[in-house]
Design a binder for this molecule. Structure first.
Ligand code: HEC
Length: 184
């Protein structure tokens, strides 16, 4: 008699364990669903991060290319002016919003400055050595990735028009590019 009882008890204990495990699994699924509904999808944020990185590389390569091949004196159409125009047109014609801004306190054009707390904080951090500053935000209920990346004095020619860039420390950003890219 002893043995079967042991087995029965053992089976009951196993059953109890299974049901406890099943319950906590279910709870975990509910918690994950709730989190997904309120939080932004991590993989989608990563895709937006990649888009921003690619755009940033293309823009910076373009500014250097234009400056080295087409800009010879102060009267030439500056890469800065080209970038401001290009970013304006991209911002108007797509969901990506991009701006070129000053980080020195002496912009060529008063329009090209940090406009909100996020951009002002970004300039502070980039000047302190951060490689970028980013934040997930909601604009009109839609998740967006905001990123600001540094623009250093990449060439001596930059100083031709922006004389005060000569005062910048080695590697210190004199400007920044501000991005708003949808998370989708
Ligand atoms: C030929 C003159 C010229 C040269 C060379 C030049 N810029 Fe500019 N830059 C300008 C002008 C003009 C603006 C204002 C553009 C506008 O608002 O339309 C500007 C704007 C900028 C801005 C936005 C902030 C501001 O001052 O308005 C940054 C940042 C910038 N330039 C960085 C650079 C860098 C980096 C280089 C070197 C790769 C460079 N510039 C070379 C003329 C120049």
């Amino acid at each position: 008699m002893k043995k079967p009882l042991m087995i029965t008890l053992g089976a009951a204990a196993t059953l109890a364990m299974v049901s406890v495990t099943a319950f906590s699994d279910q709870q975990r699924v509910h918690a994950a669903e709730k989190e997904a509904a309120t939080k932004v999808d991590k993989a989608a944020v990563e895709r937006s991060r990649k888009i921003t990185k690619n755009l940033d590389n293309i823009f910076k390569q373009t500014v250097v290319l234009i400056t080295s091949k087409y800009v010879h004196d102060e009267s030439d159409f500056a890469a800065g002016s080209a970038a401001v125009l290009l970013f304006d047109n991209i911002s108007k014609s797509s969901d990506n919003k991009i701006r070129l801004i000053d980080a020195t306190g002496q912009p060529y054009d008063e329009e090209n400055v940090a406009r909100d707390d996020f951009e002002r904080e970004a300039i502070k951090r980039l000047k302190a050595g951060a490689k970028l500053h980013e934040k997930v935000v909601r604009i009109d209920g839609k998740p967006q990735l905001r990123t600001v990346t540094p623009v250093p004095v990449v060439m001596k020619k930059c100083v031709m028009c922006h004389e005060h860039y000569a005062d910048a420390k080695e590697g210190e950003p004199i400007g920044a590019i501000s991005y708003i890219v949808p998370i989708e």
